[in-house]
Design a protein around this ligand. Sequence first.
Ligand code: PLP
Length: 445
Amino acid sequence: MNKHIDVKNSRANDAGLAKNTQIELDSNCISMVADAVGTPFYCYSPEVIAQAYEELSTALSPVGASVCYAVKANGNLSILQLLSRLGCGMDIVSGGEMERALEAGVPASRIIFSGVGKSPREIARALTEGVHQINVESPAEFHLVADIAASLGLRAPVALRVNPDVDAQTHAKISTGKKGDKFGVALGDVAGLFEAAAGRAEIEMVGLAVHIGSQILDLSPYRRAYGVLADLVRDLRTQGHAVPRLDLGGGIGIAYGDQGAPSVAELAAIIAETVGGLGCALTVEPGRWLVGRAGALVTTVLYTKEAGERTLAIVDAGMNDLVRPALYGAVHPLGVVRSARGGEGQSYGVVGPVCESSDIFGVYDDLPQLAAGDLVAFLCAGAYSASMASTYNARDLVPEVFVSNGRFRIVRRRQTTRELMALEKDTVWQDVESGPAPENRKGIA
Ligand SMILES: *Cc1c(COP(=O)(O)O)cnc(C)c1O
């Protein structure tokens, strides 16, 4: 018999929650996959990712906006391949993400290179590959891109990422569009850079970009940011500059619990109202919205114990596997995959094994009685979860698994401590004057 995972949430347990927040995981199936691959592991539904892409691209088709997936949300090659085959482009923020996108078969002509601190080496590689667009974030970067393009005999397609000075009303650590944030070119510098571009043959100024933050639940900051962009486009055109493209950024939030999430139809309406009539080619760059709901981190209960007033369930996944709770105070809904004792109404603080007091996933009410060997899953863990994992406490990166129609495919095998330790073996002293060892040069530009 198929029983869907029973979703428990620390904030609320209303009936609509499971549908709103997460794929309906089949608990029998996940339980068997857990036995086959061992916990902890990330599981993803390729169908849910494909559905999200279709829903978004359909909503945006009236405004003619194309979609570039923000690779940093989850750069697994199989996810990149899946989205690329559906016609999705990619938004990257590092040379490593560029290699991943290229490896997954994404044509460079569908890659946008964003990011506040691109190295000369990364810029050169992006130009040589022929990426669609480089989003430049400072006057200094503008001149560096121009110099590198000139030295390579290439023309760089550049958009300026502007800082629209808009508060995205999201968590301070993922707000990126306020004056004083490290991201983007100040509004006052934009016209001057368009002017400078007119004098540099190696720069093709293709437009403007914004990205105001992540996990945005109230869409009104988008209206303000896109309004700022529209005014800027009109001003630039008055000054005789062409602005053929607008990159509208990502950031659309998803529901992690009982809070409502915005609809992409609403976002499309805001786009139509603000920048729809400008005749620009439009792109959006969501990460979380495309993959966040499609993943879960499945973990085994190792122990339960009393700690003061509270009962703790210690699980085998830790903050190194899923850092969002420790980093942003995020709370992932918890699904119960397998519980030997059953029951309900139990409250547990769910914690990991990492030696840090911040290794706490949250306090969850209305759980069954948990015991060693039970399986639970942190839901909505498709974005900024596996991609932010570390090996802290010498914990190996966990496997990632596609699950679909009673079948599973390991799309990232478990890393072993032996593989990690190999990087630290056979080390040798060398004379500083002989320069860096060849295998370390990559980071040096
Ligand atoms: C992180 C990022 C995105 C994606 O953000 P989401 O919140 O995952 O949609 C898009 N564009 C840029 C420039 C980013 O840095």
